[in-house]
Design a binder for this molecule. Structure first.
Ligand code: ZN
Length: 1031
């Protein structure tokens, strides 16, 4: 940096020409369509079909002609107004069979209440979190109503894929329908009746486990006093050791150990679904249809309901009454991932533009036009599927109905026939009724002593030089519209002027961090293309500029505040990329002290470890959200940084938290740089507000995710990217109508990265039934676990962890007991009967209970628990599935001829073999486990060393070798990695050597050394609980 450019003038000696200099937004460039509906048709968005009629024109169309039949469908489709029509995507889908349910007759109902109560204070929200767990706790006497219809009766015959899992099969249970489709015939390898009592007592601690006292639980963890033990064992009331011998009702002669192959296998369930539905086209044309599992690859075709990539539900059939819901205690929830990535072979969302008229919405409930609206009176009016209100069809939108009562343009308009699409928003949907500016990214780098010395600052600056060329942009644009800005900091802040007209970047120092001020506006947020040379110059100079720093203390809250103020002043939404290392101890707002205290574990105060310190970061988060400022935090801690406090801003603003413990340049750069590249390039919606509307009888009551709630209905997200999911819980208001079903519409208002305001709509129709069996039959365990995990991780902010764990166990038992009592054929008490769709709920639930977040173990750093907790709160179903039940692949038997990833195996030590090599991944960590007897050829092929003894366990990547085995493995690693938001660092584990203990924690079917129950033990525990509930 040139000396003349170095304006080291404390504070603000410079006038601020920029304030007036930002001028009016350059609206003509980006917003030509506002006020000119037709102009937008000349620049179609990628993947957007052109409308076949100029429906953007708000000009009145004459009264509709009397007879719809005079316009044949073909003449309409070929009619005027379709210049340059692209091949229509909506060609010939079979008519949705259930999207146009019969609607109840118009009635003068009072409008549904959409409480818009005063903003709930943050403390009130914490209190609500408590309730979210307790609400499900319907109390002990949840006995079924006596008049309940017998299950499995009536017209709703189970489809062939539905069968109940019986353990062991009772003589009176009718044989399940033979089903060769999903291979479940193999499953009834259940033990005979006589073996019921065989369920063993507590499994002794793994005898093969090497005793490695004092060993750090793995890379990235602090060395800790190993103190395995009694705290945990004593704290978990419900399981391990709670079963000295078989439960009483499991009478019978003593038996040998329960065969793990006879209990439901998650791998079998996953493989069966892949075999039945993998590689196929899944059309969303039926209300209440249960989609393929999240682990099954298929092509999704939107035919009236949102793709399961966008919405997955805990059950696709809601109980008709709240009494039924209370009885079954199945959470009614939808996991909504509004920006989910879609693979290239699926169609991106269509964009609908009604010009100045804006989106068509129900007058009463404000739901958007969608396939659930029923057109009547020859097409002049429509009845809202959500609130039943009758609305007039705007004249520009009028169309005749065919003999089926369907508009003849049904398949030409995304908003009439698709589950998901986008609307161009009008100025009414913009802040201050002004079109938004494109967003900005501000890079804020901690340049304190340690980051300079470790080479981290140099690494970041070097990477940004090339990365800024890859900012997200519209397909038809040459460069990104996103502005960029740069700040460095330690105890003070340094802003940089990188205006394109400057020969050298200029630095302005802000020393007063108690009330941060943005010292420059003009030249701070720039177009990278225009300012390339100045920015490159700056990035070259930053590491040099601070090379001699001695400053070791840092601030953080003022940094976030400064970034937010800069965005605010520039009237832009955007994202802060903050690269930070240590607990912010410098004297400034948001100063934190080390309050980590292991003595709090397993006490009622443990929850405080997950709560933020003071109110500063919470207030900051709220301000960030209200100004559309998202914060992604890249942490490089050597010790406690109080993730619970600093990460809160990230969580509330829809940013992403990354953490690289004890960052080593050599070993950890690839992981960090890949994360940074991915984060920067992610498809993101900015300054977003989401609203979930429902049909009458139920409503959304809780929202779990990287969101902020100012009131009870508007979900605010400073940004939302492709990996973020909001889990929405629903509750009954009233009885649901079985004919019309339960309809959900998620509307997300946001700003694109080019600065266009849009509304993304996802519609989903679910069934309703008065038969409990229908509800169970339509459940999805992966979504259930997502819900349970998020609600538990929210509840630990306000409740003792033990209470939260007990609620999870009790709710699992209740759900299964209700099924057994109401839906299964009469069976003896000693049978464990699981609904087909919940066969693996116990094993997944046990994984959740054993997770380091819910289990207070002194070996796991508090920051790690807070980190995992925050990550999980934002996860979608695919990520929680992998997180709780890791992928374990045998590598020694790779088929080198095939491209396929080998079939996974169950996460249990007994599935490993001394002569094998196995890969394990859970989305955050990845291990390559090598058996002591693994063959030398394999070692040579992977590591290019002659024997097991030569392998270095320090390596975090595999060498690039020119042999088929190495190439194939690299390919598999890449495939697993590419679908996950966080980069997993590879850890090499040699059997019976040090990091093996960490690896074993991921063998989630086994009992763990900290006292977490094995799958078998947990199943026994749940069995016993069910028995008690039903006795
Ligand atoms: Zn309505």
């Amino acid at each position: 940096m040139s000396q003349q450019g170095y304006v080291a003038a404390p504070p603000y000696s410079q006038s601020q020409p920029g304030i007036g200099g930002f001028g009016p937004p350059n609206s003509s460039l980006h917003y030509g369509h506002y006020g000119d509906p037709n102009s937008s048709y000349s620049t179609p968005q990628p993947g957007v079909s052109k409308p076949t009629v100029p429906f953007g024109s708000p000009a009145p169309v004459g009264p509709p002609p009397p007879g719809a039949q005079q316009f044949s469908q073909s003449s309409f489709q070929n009619g005027p107004g379709t210049p340059g029509q692209q091949p229509h995507r909506l060609q010939s889908p079979p008519p949705p069979s259930n999207t146009g349910p019969s609607y109840p007759p118009y009635s003068h109902q009072s409008p549904p209440t959409f409480p818009n109560t005063a903003a709930a204070s943050p403390p009130a929200q914490l209190a609500d979190q408590l309730n979210s767990m307790q609400i499900n706790n319907y109390g002990p006497g949840a006995a079924p109503s006596s008049g309940h219809p017998a299950p499995l009766q009536g017209a709703r015959l189970p489809p062939p894929t539905q069968q109940q899992m019986v353990l062991p099969p009772g003589p009176r249970v009718p044989p399940p329908p033979t089903n060769s489709v999903n291979g479940l015939c193999a499953q009834p390898a259940v033990p005979p009746m006589a073996r019921q009592g065989a369920i063993p007592g507590p499994v002794p601690p793994n005898p093969n486990l090497p005793q490695l006292p004092g060993q750090p639980p793995g890379p990235g963890y602090h060395p800790q006093q190993a103190n395995y033990g009694p705290q945990m064992a004593g704290s978990q009331l419900s399981y391990p050791g709670a079963f000295p011998g078989a439960p009483a009702q499991l009478s019978g002669p003593p038996q040998k150990k329960l065969d793990p192959d006879s209990i439901p296998s998650p791998i079998q369930v996953i493989e069966n679904d892949k075999a039945a539905r993998g590689g196929q086209v899944y059309a969303t044309n039926t209300r209440g249809q249960v989609p393929p599992l999240v682990t099954t690859d298929c092509v999704i075709q939107d035919q009236g309901h949102a793709s399961p990539r966008y919405i997955r539900c805990t059950t696709y059939c809601f109980p008709a009454t709240s009494d039924m819901a209370k009885q079954a205690r199945i959470p009614l929830a939808a996991v909504i991932q509004p920006f989910a990535s879609v693979p290239p072979n699926e169609t991106p969302l269509y964009l609908v533009n009604h010009g100045e008229a804006g989106p068509i919405r129900c007058n009463r409930c404000k739901a958007y036009m969608c396939p659930f609206m029923q057109f009547i009176e020859g097409g002049r009016r429509y009845q809202c599927g959500f609130c039943n209100c009758i609305n007039d069809v705007p004249s520009f939108f009028f169309q005749h109905l065919d003999h089926m009562g369907r508009r003849i343009d049904h398949y030409e308009r995304p908003e009439l026939s698709l589950g998901s699409y986008e609307y161009v928003a009008t100025l009414d949907y913009c802040r201050d009724k002004k079109p938004p500016n494109p967003p900005a990214y501000i890079f804020m780098i901690d340049v304190s002593y340690r980051n300079i010395k470790s080479g981290l600052v140099k690494l970041i600056c070097g990477e940004l030089k090339t990365l800024l060329d890859k900012l997200p942009r519209e397909e038809q644009e040459e460069s990104s519209a996103i502005r960029v800005g740069f700040v460095t900091y330690n105890k003070v802040l340094h802003f940089f002027n990188v205006k394109s007209s400057l020969a050298q970047p200029q630095m302005m120092v802000v020393t007063d961090v108690s009330e941060v001020f943005v010292p420059l506006l003009d030249g701070f947020l720039v177009d990278f293309e225009e300012s390339r040379s100045v920015v490159t110059n700056l990035l070259d100079q930053i590491p040099e500029l601070f090379a001699d720093t001695n400053e070791s203390e840092t601030i953080l809250a003022p940094v976030i505040q400064a970034g937010m103020e800069a965005l605010k002043a520039a009237e832009r939404a955007g994202k802060l990329f903050i690269f930070h290392s240590a607990l912010p101890t410098a004297e400034a707002p948001g100063k934190l002290k080390n309050r980590d205290d292991k003595k709090l574990l397993n006490t009622d105060k443990e929850k405080t470890l997950f709560q933020p310190q003071g109110s500063c970061y919470e207030a900051l988060a709220r301000d960030c959200v209200s100004s559309g400022c998202s914060v992604s935090l890249f942490l490089f801690p050597n010790q406690y940084v109080d993730v619970a406090s600093v990460g809160l801003v990230t969580l509330c603003t829809g940013g992403t938290l990354y953490k690289y413990n004890n960052f080593q340049l050599e070993a950890d750069s690839p992981q960090f740089l890949r994360d940074l590249r991915k984060d920067l390039g992610k498809q993101t919606g900015f300054d977003a507000t989401m609203r979930v509307r429902t049909s009458t009888g139920f409503r959304a009551t809780d929202f779990l995710g990287a969101v902020y709630m100012n009131n009870t209905t508007d979900v605010e997200m400073a940004a939302v990217d492709c990996d973020k999911a909001v889990t929405v819980e629903f509750k009954h208001d009233d009885k649901l109508n079985e004919d019309t079903g339960a309809l959900i519409q998620c509307a997300l208002l946001y700003t694109t990265h080019s600065g266009q305001r849009r509304i993304r709509i996802h519609n989903m129709g679910l069934n309703c039934s008065a038969q409990l069996a229908d509800v169970y039959r339509a459940c999805e365990t992966d979504a259930l676990i997502n819900f349970f995990a998020k609600s538990a991780f929210k509840a630990i902010l306000s409740q003792p962890l033990k209470t939260v764990r007990d609620i999870l166990v009790s709710q699992t038992a209740h759900m299964l007991a209700c099924y057994k009592k109401n839906c299964a054929s009469p069976a003896t008490l000693s049978q464990l009967i699981l609904p087909e769709t919940m066969k693996v709920l116990p094993v997944y639930m046990n994984c959740l209970l054993k997770s380091c977040v819910l289990g207070g173990r002194p070996e796991i750093p508090t920051d790690e628990r807070a980190f995992q907790r925050q990550l999980l709160m934002a996860m979608g179903v695919a990520d929680t599935q992998l997180f709780f039940y890791p992928l374990l692949l045998p590598l020694h038997s790779l088929d080198l001829q095939s491209d396929a990833v080998p079939a996974a195996i169950r996460c249990s030590e007994e599935r490993l073999s001394e002569g094998g090599a196995f890969l394990l991944a859970n989305g955050l960590s990845m291990f390559l486990w090598l058996g002591a007897g693994v063959c030398p050829e394999l070692i040579q092929g992977l590591f290019n060393v002659p024997s097991f003894a030569h392998i270095s366990a320090q390596a975090t990547s595999l060498p690039d070798l020119d042999n088929p085995f190495s190439k194939k493995l690299k390919h598999i690693l890449e495939q697993i990695q590419s679908q996950r938001p966080h980069t997993m660092k590879l850890i090499i584990v040699k059997q019976r050597e040090q990091p093996e203990m960490l690896f074993r924690q991921f063998l989630v079917e086994d009992k763990d050394i900290y006292g977490g129950a094995s799958y078998v033990d947990f199943l026994v525990c749940i069995h016993k609980e069910i028995g008690q509930l039903l006795s």
